[in-house]
Design a protein around this ligand. Structure first.
Ligand SMILES: [Zn+2]
Length: 54
């Protein structure tokens, strides 16, 4: 997957206690979850759309 913030490739970096795969972006030095990033991305699109409609 790619980083939500900088779009660089994130590497797999361990898992959470619930088994969710965690990813690490070397550029941002941030940990991310695939589902979290996807949801953030979708909510970002919703925000863009709503702003466009204004
Ligand atoms: Zn990044």
């Amino acid at each position: 997957m790619n980083c939500y913030y900088c779009k660089n490739v994130c590497i797999k970096k361990g898992k959470q206690n619930n088994g969710t795969q965690k990813y690490y972006c070397k550029a941002c030095e941030k940990y991310q979850q695939e589902s979290y990033v996807k949801n953030a991305y979708l909510s970002g699109i919703d925000k863009m759309l709503s702003e466009t409609n204004l």
